[in-house]
Design a protein around this ligand. Sequence first.
Ligand code: IDP
Ligand code: MG
Length: 148
Amino acid sequence: MQTTYVMVKPDGVQRGLVGEIINRFERKGLRLVGLKSIIPSMELVEQHYAVHKERPFYSGLVEFVTSGPVVAMAWKGVDAISVCRNIIGATNGREADMGSIRGDFGMDIGYNLIHGSDGEETAAFELGLWFPEGLNEWTPVRETWVYE
Ligand code: IDP
Ligand code: MG
């Protein structure tokens, strides 16, 4: 079991795609263990994207992600990190596979609707950053029918 950090970015919220996006993870069989709408601080987003600090798009990215509400989520499941990255699709929406969130709804590399942790270390770091209050542990009854 892994838990991963997923976030609908301000463009996804502005475009009214929050329900559509949550639905895709939920239907897949993942377990929702954290969910909130927040307007993140500059400091929080700078820490979240610290690995991209030297990239030319960094300051624009921080400005974009702090520009309005985001929906922060934690999803749990077997191999949840790669499963969620597949549901999300490639960074550039124009190149992302159809059927993925970015492939179905995105046309841009910056405004790409959604974030998902890319590995176990990043997931632990990002979950601690966005959910310092901790996550909700529970066992969905339907999971009896998700994993054999
Ligand atoms: P990822 O979100 O698919 O993991 P990363 O390479 O980690 O992609 O980049 C983080 C975020 O930075 C992207 O989701 C996107 O919003 C933004 N970004 C990445 N590359 C560019 C770019 O070339 N121009 C503008 N924004 C970019
Ligand atoms: Mg990334």
